[in-house]
Write a protein that binds this ligand. Structure first.
Ligand SMILES: [Zn+2]
Length: 431
């Protein structure tokens, strides 16, 4: 297929009248439209206003999607322990499946083609099945919680690790390597040392399995870890093996100089979730310092109960605006940098080396956008447009692994049926 428009190949490379040529799951050429029309005359052409790499949601919770709006205006630990964890504990197999499908549907409709997805303790297989079926690219993981967890989520250490291995054996690198696994301790507060060290052991046993956890989101969390271990949170994670280039740490809002040194020296990936950090009043992560240190920082929406959407465009906008108001500096976290976070950096964090930019030989993961809306008229600068003016609704076409999964409507599943079932389940739920 030839996919044409103003092509944003990456944050540095914009082709005004360009084309991306795809064949099977790969991009075979990127360049000026007239040239590629001559070289690939038999490929059918689609025309969009903007063609961009698919965005990477480097920290989401698809299975929290049925809990959109259940716990607004709450402090993090109250939000988590009194609302979100009881909701997760209440999810049965069918609800987990619909929640995951609803989350992935929202992602694909709004331009996210790859996710790093923090699932829940039980029924995680439903999310792997859903991701496989709907066509999203993802690194998914069942959650480990073996201490200080509420009823319904607490699990014996060995059970959690054994079930993680089972899921890896069943789903890791399936669907032509579109679906991968991340060992996923919830956070240090609800995981024993044995669980955290066990996560590292599992990741080391398998090729391309990642580790994904929350870290240093909130000051109460850090205090709890300090009381239990005598260390700062990142220092503790480092001590038990949960740092390194295969580790994805969501948040990292409250870190000391010494902890930033650890993140830098170990090439640990950080994921910034600005909407969640604002809504839960967690604080402002030092993103530009992480950038200056060469730490890879991706972007994530976190979950629908703390955002309350999975729209990646809102997240880019919030990321930039939050940095500017925090530093009282309008040049902070400019559009180019935040776009880089939402694309290439997220791809590096997720471990998919050949996504996050439109390059010859790379995976055909891309989106087409319309600029017809009044809100998006006129367009002077496409990167500014994507970060500060566009919404997920402007995405009209989504391709993952060369497959058109969204073309005005989702092509792989029945989107209306998913939304309807989600409404019914939420109406009868007790959370
Ligand atoms: Zn999270």
């Amino acid at each position: 297929m030839r996919i044409s428009g103003t092509v944003i190949a990456d944050a540095e490379t914009i082709i005004d009248d360009g084309t991306v040529v795809t064949a099977d799951d790969r991009i075979v050429a990127v360049g000026p439209r007239s040239e590629l029309r001559e070289r690939y005359p038999d490929h059918p052409e689609r025309q969009f206003d903007i063609v961009a790499p698919g965005l990477v949601g480097a920290h989401i919770h698809s299975v929290q999607s049925l809990g959109r709006g259940i716990a607004d205006d709450k402090e993090l630990l109250e939000w988590l322990f009194d609302h979100v964890l009881p909701m997760e504990a209440a999810l049965d197999e069918a609800e987990t499946e619909i929640a995951a499908k609803l989350g992935y549907l929202e992602c694909l409709e709004s331009g996210t083609t790859t996710v790093v997805d923090h699932l829940t303790v039980d029924h995680s297989a439903q999310a792997f099945e859903a991701a496989g079926e709907i066509g999203i690219r993802g690194v998914l993981g069942k959650v480990l919680m073996d201490k200080d967890a509420p009823d319904g989520l607490l699990e014996a250490t060995d059970d959690g690790l054994r079930k993680s291995r089972k899921l890896i054996d069943r789903y890791h690198r399936t669907h032509d390597d579109r679906i991968r696994y991340a060992v996923t301790p919830r956070f240090a507060v609800t995981c024993s040392e044995a669980a955290l060290r066990g996560a590292r052991e599992i990741a080391d046993e398998y090729d391309a399995v990642r580790i994904h956890t929350h870290a240093s989101e909130n000051r109460d969390e850090i205090e709890t870890v300090r009381e239990e271990t005598g260390m700062r949170n990142i220092e503790w994670l480092h001590e038990v093996g949960l740092t390194g280039e295969d580790v994805v740490l969501a948040h990292c809002v409250w870190t000391t100089e010494e902890e930033r040194d650890i993140l830098e020296e170990t090439d640990t990936n950080v994921v910034h979730c600005p909407s969640s950090n604002m809504k839960l009043a967690s604080g402002v992560a030092p993103i530009e310092e992480y950038f200056q240190r060469g730490i890879t920082v991706g972007l994530g929406n976190d979950g629908p109960p703390c955002n309350n959407t999975l729209d990646p465009f809102t997240e880019m906008r919030h990321g930039s605006l939050l940095a500017k108001v925090d530093q009282l500096n309008a040049t902070a976290l400019p559009a180019k940098m935040v776009f880089e976070m939402a694309t290439r950096n997220g791809a590096i964090a997720s471990g998919f080396e050949d996504v996050g930019a439109l390059r010859e030989g790379w995976k055909a993961d891309l989106i087409g956008l319309s600029t017809d809306a009044t809100r998006t008229t006129p367009v002077h600068d496409v990167l500014s447009h994507l970060v500060f003016a566009a919404h997920g609704d402007d995405v009209v076409f989504t391709m993952v692994d060369g497959e058109v999964v969204y073309d005005g409507k989702i092509t792989t599943l029945d989107g209306d049926a998913i939304r309807q079932r989600a409404r019914e389940l939420a109406a009868s739920a007790e959370y």
